[in-house]
Design a protein around this ligand. Structure first.
Ligand SMILES: Cc1cc2nc3c(=O)[nH]c(=O)nc-3n(C[C@H](O)[C@H](O)[C@H](O)COP(=O)(O)O)c2cc1C
Length: 315
């Protein structure tokens, strides 16, 4: 029934890194494309090593990924897109949605969305100096949804391959409700297929959006999928019995844990990564905070290894 629907994993800096993406893809193979968390220029106009590592083609081999860039002007874009091109990628995503003041005050993310002059220069450069298939991920505006109603008139002049809209303002960060009606409104104004992003936790959420936008068939999911790795299976109508599901989760967890252990030699880093993983994964257990508490408290990797199995026993 949903065979013509496309599902994308949202980029979550620190969470959906190459280790997670690769495990998820090899284990489930159900996500159509994985959007890599943004790369940006840091101190000394350089991309941070952790972001570069996440982007390296050898770390993404065999996984359908789309790199994302966060910039404030055409100069930054040229450098970032040039690096992405050099690595051999044919797709690129422009971040016009990062809500954090550290980015927006420097004219990046939603800050760039607000500045039509800089945005025009960035888009002109991106489409004229490179030959990427370009997608854009954007929000409603910094504080006011009127921004995006005006800005789509500028954006629609460019041949984006994909329009991904998360209908929240930057001021909302990731709280409050995503405005699905605004998504429906823009979808009809733009008359282009858009990807819906924001708070998809169940098949019912999709149905509600499809009710507003008949024919909607492209979805980007972040936190919902981190919390429930079988969410897309469920949306597609697959059912699991309790025992089968628990075994799958145990195996997926093992895959993630082993992959982090081989990617990071330092136990402290592995522990931090596993804590991040469990901060969402614990939500699929009946008592998330009770499940996560001993894992969060673990001060050594050995302690983590001692406490995590209990989660699977009392699920
Ligand atoms: C911790 C965190 C990190 C994020 N990092 C990025 C990022 O690097 N690039 C981006 O476009 N969005 C980023 N996002 C936003 C998500 O991609 C997504 O738009 C948002 O979480 C809403 O979708 P969801 O409700 O399905 O999670 C981040 C969100 C969170 C919570």
């Amino acid at each position: 029934m949903l065979s013509d629907h496309r599902f994308y994993l949202a980029p979550l800096q620190g969470f959906t890194d190459f280790v997670y993406r690769r495990c998820h893809h090899e284990f489930f193979g159900i996500v159509d494309e994985y959007y890599i968390p943004y790369i940006a220029l840091g101190p000394g106009q350089k991309i941070r090593n952790s972001q570069l590592r996440d982007l390296l083609p050898e770390n993404n081999a065999g996984v359908p990924v789309v790199p994302q860039v966060l910039c404030s002007n055409a100069g930054e874009l040229r450098k970032l897109a040039g690096d992405v091109k050099q690595m051999g990628y044919s797709k690129i995503n422009l971040n016009l949605g990062c809500p954090y003041p550290m980015a927006t005050k420097r004219g990046r993310g939603t800050g760039l969305l607000e500045n039509s002059e800089q945005l025009t220069q960035v888009l002109d450069t991106l489409f004229s100096a490179f030959d990427f298939q370009v997608s854009v991920k954007f929000r409603s505006g910094l504080v006011d949804e009127q921004t995006i109603r005006e800005r789509v008139q500028l954006l629609r002049k460019y041949p984006f391959e994909q329009w991904i809209f998360h209908p929240r303002t930057a001021k909302q960060l990731y709280k409050g409700v995503a405005n699905r009606r605004l998504f429906a409104e823009l979808s009809s104004t733009l008359a282009k297929p858009m990807v819906y992003n924001g708070d998809i936790q169940s098949a019912r959420d999709l149905d509600e959006i499809k009710h507003l936008v008949p024919g909607q068939n492209a979805w980007m999911i972040g936190r919902g999928l981190l919390s429930d790795p079988l969410l897309i299976h469920r949306i597609k109508g697959q059912a699991f019995d309790e025992c089968e599901e628990l075994n799958l989760m145990r195996e997926f967890h093992q895959c993630i844990f082993e992959a982090y252990r081989s990617a990071f030699q330092d136990d402290g880093q592995v522990l931090m990564k596993m804590k991040q993983f469990w901060s969402y994964f614990s939500h699929r257990f009946s008592n998330p905070s009770k499940t996560y508490k001993p894992i969060k408290k673990a001060s050594k990797l050995a302690k983590f290894i001692e406490v995590f199995p209990a989660a699977f026993h009392h699920s």
